[in-house]
Design a protein around this ligand. Sequence first.
Ligand code: F6R
Length: 607
Amino acid sequence: MCGIVGIIGTKPVAPIILEALKRLEYRGYDSAGIATLSGGEIIRRRAEGKLANLERALDDNPLDGIIGIGHTRWATHGAPVERNAHPHVTDRVAIVHNGIIENFRELRERLTAGGAIFTTETDSEVIAHLVTHYLDQGISPREAASAALTELEGAFALGIIFRGEEDLIIGARRGPPLAVGYGDDAMYLGSDAFALAPMTSRVSFLEDGDRVEITRTSVAVFDVHGQPVKRPIRIADVSAALVDKGNHRHFMAKEIFEQPEVIGHTLSEYVNPLDDTIRNTDLPVDLASVPRITIVACGTAYYAGLVAKYWFERYARVSVEVDIASEFRYRDAALTEGGLAIFISQSGETADTLAALQYCRAQGQKILSVVNVTESSIARASDAILPTFAGPEIGVASTKAFTCQLTTLAVLAIRTGIARGAVDKTDEARLVRTLMEIPRHVAEALASDEHIQTLSADLAKARDVLYLGRGHNYPIALEGALKLKEISYIHAEGYAAGELKHGPIALIDEEVPVVVISPVDELFDKTISNMQEVIARGGRVVLISDKAGIARAGDGLWAEIEVPPVDPLIAPIVNAIPVQLLAYHTAVSKGTDVDQPRNLAKSVTVE
Ligand code: F6R
């Protein structure tokens, strides 16, 4: 995680770096800092916590300098305090780092023995001392940086500036992304094209292992073997406008309420409403003959994959395995040659998902990714992508990206069913018409907002909450629990309703609210029996169901949330709405930082 920026320009860069860091704050907000060269000397300002603190520090004590680097931190090694904030400096260099230096202990011991004085608990500080160590041997900054890079193990995106070198920034990428921006009288380095968008849309992306030397008028890239290479300049399709909250108090609320629109947008890319067909976008495999599908993702995106498994099996009769990327990448999965591997990622930068993708490629899989950021590392490493059209998601808790992922995957499952002969023309038309109803039904589900807000005031008093669901609503139970814990800090767990009596039922008492997701479908009676077992033990049940389901549920509910009756195909998408609203309002009731919850970051570029 962490976001980094570097700029060489012709006017003071600190205010521009600060603006770029605001666009990278989604990558971490534990501390921030900027270093520039003033009269050739390194000067810096740092502050603990969010960027607003750094902004105040700069107001009180501005930085001049027309070359500089900046950083917004998600702490890995060392507490999130000002002392550990980047840039890290010696008297000769300043560095910003995103990633983890795995051999930092050995390097630190060696450099300390050689006289270096460390002032932080971070892994990153060794980079500054290592480069300085080589500079002290009398070699040039370019050579010193190259020599230091060969000694670093781990994952990093780096920016380095040097005392007395007013026209040089060195960047390097091993793992986390790094982009170079081309301006008219300035050059830029940044963790992504979004950070650079207000300054330039002309961007090239470094490949893994690249090192870059940037001056005001030139960019020289060297690959992993030190050979000069060209990385193509693209016109990044990223808005320069910082997305705002509109009339909403939080980005998360805005993004929840945007869902009818962005799902509609996503659908319009993948289905043809005029003749009720699925559009045939380019794919890397013949869906008719693919032997099996492996889906890999993390967190909420993984839950989208779990829902997709139900769809692929039901509508396409194809066998699907779904795994968490951090487990999958290390477990030596045996894959069938020619299989299809699908990666789901909002950011497209999740380190574990990218590593799993590389594993699958080495195993002869065709790589298809469902991503929200089409310029991302995962997108660029794939044979084909299916973009979700959710637009920028700023709230750390994923909402609209999740339902757009589901929408895209539902289309893909149906398309696979068509290719395999499991879905005929009549079914296709019916299923497409059903998909087209999602925006309307999501809007209907959003109408429960006020009711859920009232209910959440009570839920906010709970210490633990359970979520139950069966079938495709089981992943929605998992997602509901994840949403609640990450933004309200209330402990929550999702369970398959049928698992209740295999252990979790022991937790039930009047103190533990249980959210049951069960609209009327073929599993309704079974889930409702599990729900009654909870009620019989004094549990306080919040039932999410349709009108008929609520009527049939029996006595003893603590509360109910009504969702519209919908076809089972789209039920998980519609049922995602109340669990998002429940988490959102509970967090607001508790007064937590909804958009930037503690300890989290939006883009997880370290494993
Ligand atoms: C939870 C959440 C995370 C992400 C996960 C994967 O609200 O947002 O669990 O889903 O970190 O991120 P992406 O989709 O960017 O790969």
